[in-house]
Design a protein around this ligand. Structure first.
Ligand SMILES: [Zn+2]
Length: 428
């Protein structure tokens, strides 16, 4: 044998879990402004078209408060931190044009803004990537005048003009950076960009490099709950030599927490039933590909009733019951999922036989990641990565980065993959 077939496994051989939170921003409740601005626009543009569900129901506006308190994001964020939940949390940079997150919201108490920003920094950001969700999540803004246009980010800009797209996304990122958050990627408001996906992915990648010096961002655009069509993590515009690429993070649930409206109650059974057999998550978990739950911030608060938050608590309890010793699943930030899939698909792995059944594995990559996990078809007594001896463990639940585990004629090993060359020694 002159080649040892090496397999790249899931990170630490666990299925990635992530919670996507959309429509979040400090102080204001985006849904309130979305519905009121849509109604004003519809009054200016009368038509016979049937009302769209995504416009919201103005008759229910009394159930949608204008603000979501900082005390709630603190409670929610601290609970997620304690539970080990990770994922992505949007921060719409200029939400509904009411205020910029780097300047504050003059119509609301300063103290709410200050506390919100502190919680974002200290509680949310350690566990969730921050993304812009384009600029306003309502009207498209004319960047020369900073006035609203009559176009909408999530309607007309489903098919955005390609030429100003990079500047538009870069402007959104610049506001977050000025607020202290060099964001890890972007979230599409609605289907923003979906009819120009390649150009949109390229614009996001260029903007991330320009504003934040980030060569490996991600975007969240697609939700796909159709089992036959589940992809894993598509990587776009990869430049292997330069270490540049962008990942598309794909959700596998609809929002069954409290929806974007914050008045449509969800149901944990749609995600995973009490007996852990039903709902859309068990087949995704069985497939062992990223299991990305989709939610919206106003739905957790639910006008103060916290319905979506209660659904999240129950779903988490059931996911813990599915994996009581945390050996099968692992909560990850979405950027970490993107980086892992880049490393997995864009690294060169070669092997060289040594003496007495030993093997050397060489990895060359411009795509670093944590917890890189390989399986080799041999039983090892010793594993070294760049001269560092890995510690042997004897059960999957103890398998962490810097360790290896032998199972019959297979050895799995995990380490943080650095950019450049990595040399692994496998001794039988
Ligand atoms: Zn949204």
């Amino acid at each position: 044998m002159n080649n040892l077939p090496i397999t790249v496994c899931n990170p630490l051989r666990r299925t990635p879990l992530a919670l996507i939170v959309d429509d979040s921003c400090p102080v204001i409740n985006l849904t309130y402004y979305w519905i009121t601005q849509r109604q004003a626009w519809l009054a200016r543009h009368p038509s016979n078209a049937a009302p769209r569900a995504s416009d919201g129901d103005p008759a229910k506006l009394d159930r949608v408060p204008q603000t979501i308190p900082a005390a709630f994001v603190q409670k929610w964020g601290e609970w997620c931190a304690e539970q080990g939940i990770r994922g992505k949390f949007s921060m719409v940079p200029y939400p509904a044009g009411i205020g910029r997150v780097d300047q504050g919201f003059p119509e609301f108490p300063q103290q709410e803004y200050d506390q919100w920003m502190q919680v974002m920094r200290d509680v949310i950001w350690p566990n969730f990537d921050i993304t812009c969700e384009m600029l306003t999540h309502t009207h498209v803004v004319d960047l020369e005048t900073w006035q609203f246009t009559e176009a909408w980010e999530q309607y007309e800009w489903v098919n955005p003009p390609v030429e100003p797209l990079t500047d538009y996304i870069a402007t959104a990122m610049t506001i977050l950076k000025a607020a202290g958050f060099p964001c890890e990627g972007v979230t599409s408001p609605g289907a923003f960009g979906s009819q120009q996906e390649s150009a949109y992915a390229q614009a996001t990648l260029t903007a991330a490099q320009r504003v934040n010096g980030n060569p490996r961002p991600f975007y969240f655009l697609h939700v796909n709950v159709a089992p036959d069509e589940w992809p894993d993590v598509p990587i776009w515009h990869a430049d292997k030599e330069k270490g540049i690429a962008i990942a598309s993070i794909i959700g596998c649930t609809n929002d069954w927490f409290g929806n974007w409206t914050g008045y449509d109650a969800g149901d944990p059974d749609l995600m995973i039933t009490e007996d852990l057999q039903g709902g859309c998550l068990p087949p995704v978990l069985a497939r062992e590909l990223p299991c990305v739950l989709v939610s919206h911030w106003p739905g957790f608060y639910f006008g103060g009733e916290e319905v979506g938050f209660e659904v999240l608590k129950e779903v988490k309890r059931r996911l813990d019951a599915y994996d009581p010793d945390a050996s099968k699943t692992r909560w990850m930030k979405t950027s970490a999922i993107g980086h892992y899939w880049m490393a997995r698909t864009l690294s060169d792995i070669t092997t060289t036989p040594g003496e007495n059944g030993a093997w050397q594995v060489q990895i060359s990559t411009r795509f670093p990641t944590s917890d890189f996990t390989l399986a080799a078809p041999m039983s090892c007594t010793s594993v070294q990565v760049n001269g560092q001896v890995l510690r042997q463990v004897y059960a999957q639940h103890d398998f962490q980065t810097g360790t290896f585990l032998v199972e019959g004629e297979q050895t799995v090993l995990a380490f943080d993959l650095d950019e450049g060359e990595t040399v692994i020694q496998l001794l039988p």
